[in-house]
Design a protein around this ligand. Structure first.
Ligand SMILES: NC(=O)c1ccc[n+]([C@@H]2O[C@H](COP(=O)([O-])OP(=O)(O)OC[C@H]3O[C@@H](n4cnc5c(N)ncnc54)[C@H](O)[C@@H]3O)[C@@H](O)[C@H]2O)c1
Length: 262
């Protein structure tokens, strides 16, 4: 077997949440290019950075990609997503929990409804998708010892504080914990579960993400001489989806240009 065959995902059935835009879109593109059947699960098809919707763009290019309208904040939506994918494809090999919302406020300015909303999407959304997916994965046959893989998007801002952004950072810290817990509880049943923690990735999103002060801070914190690109993260996801990474589980891989090393 050639080493690049490890990165051939032909026959693999994948779901990427929040794949309409940004990092999720790049992940869907990279997994489709690697041969996987990909379901884009999002509340919208609108592309924040512009361009044709992820699923229709990839379908037109000949890839096996479909869109399922899914709010990860809804248990019913998540259950329907997983059962639709399994009805269509017979199994679910890879779940990427990427969907997120942001509402940057420090403690004293964070109202409780917004706190619950951020945690409901970023943390409980990942919990719901993991629960419905692992329930399916442990029932299906193992391929090369693996019944299913989960990759959760955490953040360097769940490890160190996210300035003025208490709910987002808390949600990301908890996602990293969720990852370790699932990895250890379900390793014996062939579930591989890892997190990827991006540093500053430029996605085309406006608002705080493009605030010059936020960008200046990110540039000054990032040793590598550029900020991250969505494909930097997507390539790390591909590695975590590949048979090259099976003995890596419960890990949190930084994709941050050295931010956390400096
Ligand atoms: N961009 C960065 O610098 C950065 C840094 C660290 C971590 N991350 C993480 O990477 C992931 C992607 O970030 P991004 O910057 O591409 O985000 P983004 O805001 O560009 O995209 C988020 C996607 O999630 C979707 N979404 C929002 N609510 C949803 C819901 N309820 N159900 C389903 N989908 C929903 C949006 O429609 C959008 O397509 C997130 O988990 C984020 O925390 C990003």
């Amino acid at each position: 077997m050639k080493i690049q065959d490890n990165f051939n995902l032909s026959g693999k059935v994948c779901i990427v949440t929040g794949a309409a835009s940004g990092i999720g879109r790049a992940i869907a593109i990279r997994l489709a290019q690697s041969g996987a059947s990909v379901t884009v699960a999002d509340v919208t098809t609108d592309v924040i950075e512009g361009g044709e919707p992820t699923a229709s763009m990839l379908e037109k290019a000949g890839f096996d990609v479909q869109f399922r309208h899914t709010d990860v904040g809804s248990t019913a939506d998540v259950e329907t997503l997983i059962s639709d994918v399994v009805d269509r494809s017979g199994r679910l090999d890879i779940l990427v929990n990427n969907a997120c919302v942001r509402h940057a406020r420090p403690l004293l300015e964070m109202d409780e409804a917004q706190w619950h909303h951020i945690l409901n999407i970023n943390l409980s959304g990942a919990f719901r998708c993991c629960k419905a997916s692992v329930r399916q994965m442990i029932r299906q046959s193992a391929i090369d010892d693996v019944r299913g893989r989960i990759i959760n998007l955490s953040s360097q801002h769940g490890i160190i504080s996210a300035p003025g952004d208490i709910a987002y950072g808390t949600s990301k810290a908890a996602v990293a914990y969720l990852t370790r817990q699932i990895a250890s509880d379900y390793a014996a049943q062939g579930i591989v579960c890892n997190a990827i923690a991006p540093g500053k990735i430029q996605t085309g999103a406006g608002g705080r993400a493009a605030d010059p002060a936020v960008l200046d801070r990110a540039i000054s914190r990032t040793p590598w001489p550029r900020l991250g690109r969505p494909m930097d993260v997507a390539n790390a996801v591909l590695f975590m989806c590949s048979s090259s990474s099976t003995f890596i589980t419960g890990a949190e891989l930084m994709v941050d240009g050295g931010w956390m090393a400096a």
